[in-house]
Design a protein around this ligand. Sequence first.
Ligand SMILES: [Zn+2]
Length: 155
Amino acid sequence: MGLDASVRCNCIQEGKARPHPFPGLLGFDEAGEPTLKGDRDTNLKLWLKHDKGYRDSCPHSGYLVEKRLGNTASVAYVRAFLANHSPNSFPLLLERVVSSGSHSGDWVAASDMPQLLTETRRLQGLTSDPLILQFTNDVVELGEASIATGNPIVF
Ligand SMILES: [Zn+2]
């Protein structure tokens, strides 16, 4: 178990990727994840082609940035560091990023990135702890990709 985070690229939306196998069915859900319109359960074959088509469609395999932010223990370490320093200064990091070491299926919207980057850079300035610095470097990279694409950071 651990905390994984990613930001989608926009190659398909921008016409830079190989065409989707069923462009008329392609949609994007509220987290920016590519999805197929229609009944998911009866279209397993279409879904498998969709997944493969998406993976093969661009040099990023659909992801601009993918990071493992930590295992359960290292995420708990970051959370404790924030809580022990100045928890009120890091609401987004505490509540949406390191809230647990294994949350999944949720996201932080691109519109929240200015605040997330402010909190992350504040954290960077507090310590020379290599584990914290690695975490903050990864979050900054994810946040900058989110701003560049308009897509959320998805966990
Ligand atoms: Zn791409």
